[in-house]
Design a protein around this ligand. Structure first.
Ligand SMILES: [Zn+2]
Length: 298
């Protein structure tokens, strides 16, 4: 999950039309019995905007959504019932609320389902606020619920989520919100860990291959002087860093992996190496590239 910028004032036509207004009023009357109209919240204009804003990716797991397959429009706050509270009618009034609609893959949509944990049940909101400006996910009213699921348009997921060197997602600073989000969306399901691990392994292999080639040249005395050594490092590792820079581009699938690899370069790629010469080369790489690529980890 990464931060996504959505303009809450640029509401797609399908959610402001007369038809949409009719369905909002209907929801307000029917409350827990309201069956949301997918033709309204999945209107072409909504899907088109979500695809653009989320760059054809799932807002929770960052999987690429097929160009031809339809995306799932997930309700951040579930529209019909809440798993944690049997007596909750569901956030029926937010069924057609732009800030409550998230681009999602089928699996995350299904995992989240009716789950919507909050920090303290006494703060949970049970009915529509009269002031509709408070329906926005970033409103004071809805924020006061203190949801325990990260909202990709409001929270900054990178402050909460990290990956270990095997691609398993972890919470930062013991964040409960991050831990619960990982559980609720199933962000450590086997298929996701596997694909994140594959990205990390590919980059690690490339870095090691480059480092081994340099170690060989040093051993065979083809590289002798320090300036020469640094130049060779810069030249040969540039392609590997270009690859890492590409992986962190938000357009890429699972771009959080790319960000974590750069931020935690030391733990991902140096700390696990036992060969002293290779470690030294990777340390030199770290020093050389750290400034320009904002690598962290020290
Ligand atoms: Zn997903």
């Amino acid at each position: 999950m990464i931060r996504v910028i959505k303009d809450y004032t640029a509401i797609p036509d399908g959610l402001t039309s007369e038809t949409a207004q009719h369905w909002i009023e209907k929801a307000l009357c029917e409350r827990k019995n309201h069956n949301a109209n997918a033709y309204v919240y999945r209107h072409n204009s909504v899907v088109r905007s979500l695809r653009k804003i989320y760059i054809d990716k799932c807002g929770y797991c960052e999987a690429r959504l097929g160009v031809s397959s339809s995306i799932f429009v997930d309700h951040y706050r579930p529209k019909k019932g809440v798993k944690e509270k049997d007596d909750h009618p569901g956030y029926y009034w937010l069924a057609y609320e732009w800030s409550n609609l998230i681009s999602s893959c089928g699996v995350c949509n299904n995992k989240k389902s009716y789950l919507f944990p909050v920090a303290d049940e006494k703060d949970r909101i049970y009915q529509a606020q009269e002031d509709r400006s408070q329906w926005r996910a970033d409103s004071e009213s809805l924020r006061s619920e203190m949801p325990l699921t990260l909202h990709p348009e409001i929270d900054d997921p990178e402050k909460y989520l990290a990956l270990d060197i095997n691609g398993v997602m972890r919470e930062k600073k013991s964040s409960v919100k991050a831990r619960i989000t990982i559980e609720v969306c199933g962000l450590n399901r086997d298929s996701l860990v596997l694909v994140r691990n594959k990205i990390i392994t590919e980059v690690r292999q490339r870095l090691w291959d480059t480092a081994f080639s340099i170690r060989q040249d040093v051993q065979d005395r083809r590289i002798r002087r320090k300036e020469e050594f640094l130049k060779v490092i810069r030249d040969r590792f540039t392609g590997d860093f270009d690859l890492m820079a590409l992986k962190k581009n938000p357009k890429e699938e699972y771009s959080l992996v790319g960000k974590c690899m750069l931020q935690e370069f030391k733990s991902f790629f140096i700390d696990t190496v036992t060969d002293e010469a290779i470690r030294n080369i990777l340390h030199a790489v770290f020093t050389l590239f750290s400034k320009e690529l904002c690598i962290g980890g020290e």
